[in-house]
Design a protein around this ligand. Structure first.
Ligand code: NDP
Ligand code: ZN
Length: 353
């Protein structure tokens, strides 16, 4: 089979590999559509998770099952499925402790394009098919279904990590596709005011639709100065970090109220340390919580998030700005994600209807 791989840091291309083998609890799938993620860019060009050789990239897709293992109960060949970016081992102790995403070690639930071949391939392997896959609702098209792999679960998880409650004032730093889903989730959770950081005009337009009230440009001074100016020096109750660099933590601590919470879902691609400002962190006693996490996967989660889209409560269509037809355009879509032209939110490559 053909797969589009990271050959080494900074180099990628099509390679040939054996079709993966299906264990008793596994499934083999072929993608119906794949989406490119900013994380693919961090991995390939920044080497953010280290060197990888001939590792097939990609972790966002929806797919059709082509083979199931003998112990798989709830899926069969031909089923169309939502595929989460994170596919934990559900019988692990980490999963039993409530942190399935870290099964097999820190971030171990993130297998595709990290520890094993990803989904930019004619066929790919899914461990624990019953635990990880979910049926694709018939009224969600394949392009929108790709947003359920990572963008929806990650953006929503940021809001869970920040513990957004009714009436909270919320700051969302970064309104790429992940941050846009954080804006949508904060709105659903009852935020009374949502400030958002980002400059791309179509991201701002989408953020308005999802419920953002005011916008801050990180190019016009510090985030904290602008947030404090907009909040009479009070700051906000909750902050979701979904963009920017390591310095956003410093800004966030500076404009968070005591007792506030920061939920980080940003993938910090470089640097060795994150700095926390001592005084604004209440000299260590400010009750300002910083909570960073990888999105949870799992079938129940995917079914629930899928039902938000199939019921019409969450419209993910504004996220996809560029749709390509066929594998021949995969590289173009990947390079587009790296270069991030102003009109781009998310590129998707469609392989079937
Ligand atoms: P994008 O690059 O599309 O969006 C980034 C956003 O951050 C944009 O709104 C951008 O503004 C803004 N930004 C850029 N520089 C700064 C800055 N210095 N200060 C504040 N904001 C800034 O990213 P995605 O939405 O695709 O992904 C966001 C992050 O989430 C990535 O790091 C990605 O790897 C990570 N991620 C994490 C996952 C997890 O499970 N935890 C899963 C998936 C992704 P502008 O409008 O100017 O471009
Ligand atoms: Zn992703």
């Amino acid at each position: 089979m053909k797969g589009y791989a990271m050959l080494k840091i900074g180099e990628s291309g099509w390679i040939e590999k054996e079709v993966p083998k299906c264990g008793p609890m596994d499934a083999i799938c072929k993608p119906l559509a794949v989406a490119i993620c900013t994380s693919d860019v961090h991995t390939l060009w920044e080497g953010a998770v280290g060197e990888r050789h001939n590792l097939i990239l990609g972790h966002e897709c929806c797919a059709e099952i082509t083979e199931v293992g003998s112990l798989v109960k709830d899926f069969k060949v031909g089923d169309r499925v939502l595929v989460p970016a994170i596919t934990p081992d559900w019988n692990s102790l980490a999963a039993q402790a409530g942190y399935s995403m870290h099964s097999g070690g820190m971030l171990g639930g993130w297998k595709f394009s990290n520890f094993k071949d990803g989904v930019f391939s004619e066929f790919f392997h899914v461990n624990d098919a019953d635990g990880n896959l979910a049926l694709l609702p018939a009224n969600i098209d394949v392009v929108n279904a790709c947003m359920l792999s990572d963008m929806v679960p990650t953006g929503f998880h940021g809001v869970e990590l920040a513990d957004v409650q009714f009436g909270d004032s919320v700051l969302v730093v970064g309104i790429g596709p992940v941050g846009l889903m954080s804006v949508a989730a904060a709105s659903m959770r009852g935020a009374s005011r949502i400030l958002a950081v980002g400059t791309r005009p179509n991201c701002i337009a989408a953020a308005k639709k999802y419920g953002a009230d005011e916008f801050i440009s990180y190019k016009n001074g510090t985030i904290e100065d602008q947030v404090l100016a907009l909040t009479n020096g009070q700051g906000v109750d909750k902050i979701i970090l979904a963009g920017g660099g390591n310095e956003t933590f410093e800004s966030a601590v500076k404009c968070l109220k005591p007792g506030g919470k920061i939920g980080n879902v940003n993938y910090l691609g470089s640097g060795d340390y994150v700095q926390i400002p001592r005084a604004e962190w209440g000299v260590g006693m400010g009750h300002k919580m910083i909570n960073g996490g990888l999105m949870p996967g799992g079938r129940l989660r995917m079914e629930k998030l899928g039902s938000l889209v199939s019921s019409g409560r969450l419209d993910v269509s504004p996220l996809t700005t560029h749709v390509f037809d066929g594998w021949d355009h995969l590289e173009e879509a990947l390079f587009l994600m790296r270069d991030k032209p102003a009109d781009l939110i998310k590129p998707v490559v469609k392989l079937a209807d």
